[in-house]
Design a protein around this ligand. Structure first.
Ligand SMILES: [Zn+2]
Length: 381
């Protein structure tokens, strides 16, 4: 019942995505398979079904979760991911996940021999720093094998300058900064401005963050990602394509974001030349939409904040304020946007009280509401 309700509420956004999505192969730069300590899991048929929603050709980079059976050295989860990738008929690019304290070089080499196409590092979950010699050793393996490294640069990190320094010592290693590098976006944008192959993945909660990313780094260095099972594929692509359109990208350039750039990285082809960021760093916004953005962020914070597990009921108060901000008898030039946001928020509210899996269904609708609030065209006087 919840899944059907989600589809009904998301239908107009899915229709808009049909218009926004470019021709060409979509590649999801950040997906997981298996089981996480926090209870989340994803099985191969479910990942393939999610990719099918974006087209039968859609591919994904995939790696293990924070698996309870990760010791020693992530061997078992890595072997499972490699096997699932073999079963996927070429649709999945398997990455090996490494624990820098447990023979990371040996494990990386073992997995690369078995077909791994990249390396995933999670400095929070595995509690290590990029000043460690193990980090250098891992970058050396990636350089010699010509494979990318994807690194968690989202929630729960401190300053990440040591990663920027490491990346600059190994400019040949393609680096994927996950979650729009929100952990230290300004620092990465500045210090890695001349890095030839750093890209930022779009798996984040907030349209505001993603708009700002397009203001700080070249569009040719931004790659679509969902972080499924934490994110949902279709709403995540909607977020990326909607912001890309707001940033003024042509279809050919949106195709790079949707999959062109990421497939070049995993296939070892050169990346498109970077251009100046497309969004101005200071920009006019609608006060009405800014209020909605703020309440959507408050609601998401309350839902996610103390988790895992996520508890969407904790965000109901702020969600109500977001809906109230949409109920404006004098909406100015953003009336249509407020109506669409209100529809997404009303759907999220219904899903939170419905049976099923509100955490994975209501949150994408909240994100969708926030995406519109961050990207609705406004009439500038
Ligand atoms: Zn992830």
């Amino acid at each position: 019942m919840s899944a059907a309700l989600f589809e009904e509420v998301f239908a107009p956004f899915a229709a808009e995505l049909e218009e926004l999505a470019p021709a060409g192969t979509v590649v999801d730069a950040h997906t997981h398979l298996g089981l996480d300590e926090d209870g989340r899991s994803l099985a191969l048929p479910d990942l393939l079904a999610a990719l099918d929603q974006l087209g039968a050709q859609t591919r994904a980079c995939v790696f293990p979760l924070h698996d309870p059976e990760r010791q020693p050295a992530y061997r078992l989860p890595n072997d499972r991911v490699l096997e699932w990738a073999r079963e996927s008929g070429g649709r999945l690019y398997p990455y090996c996940r490494l624990d820098p304290r447990e023979e990371p070089v040996e494990e990386a080499k073992r997995c690369l021999k078995l077909g791994a196409r990249g390396i995933k590092l999670h400095p929070r979950a595995q509690a290590f720093g990029f000043g460690d010699p193990a980090a250098d050793a891992i970058f050396e393996v990636a350089r010699d094998a010509g494979v990318p490294i994807l690194i968690h640069t989202g929630r729960g990190m401190g300053k990440m300058d040591s990663l920027a320094e490491l990346a600059l010592r190994y400019p040949e290693v393609p680096l994927v900064l996950a979650h729009a590098a929100i952990a230290d976006m300004g620092m990465f944008a500045m210090r890695l401005a001349d890095h030839p192959t750093v890209v930022y993945d779009t798996a984040c909660f907030s349209g505001v963050d993603l708009v700002e990313l397009f203001a700080r780094v070249p569009a040719e260095r931004i790659v679509f990602a969902s972080d499924i099972p934490y994110g949902r594929t279709l709403p995540s692509l909607y977020l990326a394509m909607r912001v890309a359109a707001y940033a003024g990208l042509e279809e050919r350039e949106r195709a790079l974001v949707a999959g062109g750039t990421m497939s070049a990285i995993v296939e070892g082809r050169p990346l498109a030349a970077p251009t100046a960021p497309r969004v101005p760093q200071v920009r006019p916004v609608s006060g009405r939409l800014t209020r909605v953005s703020a309440y959507v962020a408050m609601a998401l914070g309350a839902m996610v904040g103390a988790g895992p597990p996520i508890d969407p009921t904790r965000g109901l108060g702020a969600l109500g304020l977001a809906r109230a901000a949409c109920r404006d008898p004098d909406p100015g030039s953003v009336g249509a946007a407020l109506e669409r946001i209100e529809a997404a928020l009303a759907g999220a509210e219904r899903l939170i009280s419905a049976d099923g899996d509100p955490a994975t269904l209501a949150l994408p609708l909240m994100m969708t509401a926030g995406t519109i609030a961050a990207t609705a065209p406004i009439a500038v006087p």
